[in-house]
Design a protein around this ligand. Structure first.
Ligand SMILES: *[C@@H]1O[C@H](CO)[C@@H](O)[C@H](O)[C@H]1NC(C)=O
Ligand SMILES: *[C@@H]1O[C@H](CO)[C@@H](O)[C@H](O)[C@H]1NC(C)=O
Length: 327
């Protein structure tokens, strides 16, 4: 009996050890060609402190949504919140606003995008934003392009950092001048198709060379985050590749999740006077790990909602400050 008990006692720690190795195996599969970003990303999150007031950890504005797409801005803004922004606003059209509000009471949903006085109504809110994310589910109507460009002009006048994704990139491809010499950091997050439309697909020139030509046109405050099996961060002075993690499962909404997470990370990076590439890496790592973790549970049935459920744990493992958590 005593021997049995001993064996049992031995077995438990061994099992725990195995489980731990297994989970850290999953977590360690993301690799990045610039390890300084990993160190910075670990120290990116501001300490949780009772001395701070609401809003200091980030106020993110998501500009998106349309009759067709209400999920995209929701996934972005809830991810921005889950990463740790204090407040997340969604600026959308009237008919999408009630739908998005009904998904979540956490978000402030402002139905001004198709208002007659859109800019007058939106402008005062822009003052409060640390980062504006433009594009998720925005649609490609000509009238939307008009308001999109006016919002960028307002953001420009107030030096608001931008993340531009999805249909926002469609409009930028039409008129890249709108972000030329932007006075604050801008991250563009094209996937393969969006890259081709925005920057080109010349066969005899490398992706990086084409990207640099584009950056020379729009100015050095723009960072490209090119989404693919290997993500690539391209700036005038840097090229970083991120691979691993993730899975073969490509459910809709992952780009929206990534953009929302990146916006909060960007607010934090700029607060520390760090380069936007840190936010790009952190968002890529987070999304890749959430994908891998939820794929392990749900396989082919995995949805982006499942990935967002993994976010708190992936965040804690990679981005939570270990000491001075509450002071
Ligand atoms: C780029 O952004 C910085 C702030 O991050 C600003 O000081 C600088 O003037 C901007 N560059 C241009 C060309 O506007
Ligand atoms: C690439 O090919 C195009 C024609 O397809 C040509 O005009 C251009 O000069 C080539 N560029 C280089 C760098 O070879």
């Amino acid at each position: 009996m005593a021997i049995l008990l001993n064996r049992y006692q031995l077995a438990v720690p061994i099992l725990l050890l195995t489980a731990k190795c297994f989970s850290s195996n999953i977590m360690s599969t993301v690799t990045v060609s610039d390890t300084s970003l990993v160190e910075k990303a670990k120290n990116l999150a501001p300490p949780l402190s009772s001395g701070k007031h609401k809003g200091q950890a980030g106020r993110i504005g998501v500009f998106g949504g349309s009759i067709e797409f209400t999920g995209a801005p929701y996934f972005s803004s809830i991810s921005a919140l889950r990463v740790g922004a204090d407040l997340s606003y969604v600026f959308t059209i009237k008919d999408a606003a009630f739908v998005i509000k009904s998904y979540s009471p956490e978000l402030m949903v402002l139905p001004f995008l198709d208002d007659q006085e859109a800019i007058e109504k939106i402008s005062p809110w822009i003052d409060r934003l640390h980062v504006a994310l433009l594009g998720p589910g925005l649609g490609r109507l000509k009238s939307t392009q008009g308001i999109f460009e006016k919002i960028i002009d307002v953001c420009r006048s107030k030096n608001i950092p931008l993340v531009i994704d999805a249909d926002g990139l469609f409009f930028i491809a039409d008129n890249p001048n709108i972000i030329k010499d932007y006075p604050a950091p801008v991250i563009l997050t094209p996937n393969k198709m969006e890259f081709q439309r925005l920057i080109g697909d010349k066969q005899n020139v490398t992706k990086e060379e084409q990207a640099i030509q584009f950056l020379e046109k729009v100015g050095s405050n723009v960072t490209l985050f090119c989404k693919d099996a290997t993500d690539e961060i391209i700036t005038m002075t840097k090229n970083v590749k991120i691979s691993g993690g993730g899975s073969g499962r490509r459910c809709g909404g992952q780009g929206d999740m990534l953009g929302g997470a990146m916006s909060t990370f960007l607010a934090w990076a700029l607060d520390k006077k760090w380069e936007p590439a840190v936010a790009c890496y952190a968002a890529s790592k987070l999304t890749r790990d959430c994908n891998a973790k939820s794929f392990a549970k749900y396989g082919r049935s995995m949805l982006v909602t499942d990935m967002i459920h993994e976010l708190p744990e992936v965040f804690r493992e990679n981005f939570e400050l270990k000491d001075e958590q509450f002071n």
